[in-house]
Design a protein. Structure first.
Length: 79
């Protein structure tokens, strides 16, 4: 969907609907973050990153998942 189409869709929503849409998106993002953290714990616990040819969990996050170094560090620290 292009930015123009997204703008058009949002323009048709009421203020309340936009707030609800944003709330749902944030909730989904939180749920996905928890799922990612759970996967990271398991990937580290099983040393899957080594078996896949990565030198570290950080290397796995930055090269496989294309996380920026700061983002990878935050997720690893949280996991």
């Amino acid at each position: 969907m292009t930015t123009k189409k997204i703008d058009s869709v949002l323009a048709k929503l009421s203020n309340h609907e936009i707030i609800q849409k944003g709330d749902r998106a944030v909730q989904s993002r939180h749920e996905l973050s928890i799922e990612i953290l759970e996967c990271l714990v398991e990937i580290e616990g099983r040393s899957i990153f080594l078996k896949e040819g990565y030198s570290s969990l950080f290397d796995y996050c930055t090269r496989r998942w294309h996380y920026s170094p700061p983002k990878a560090g935050r997720f690893i620290a949280a996991a």
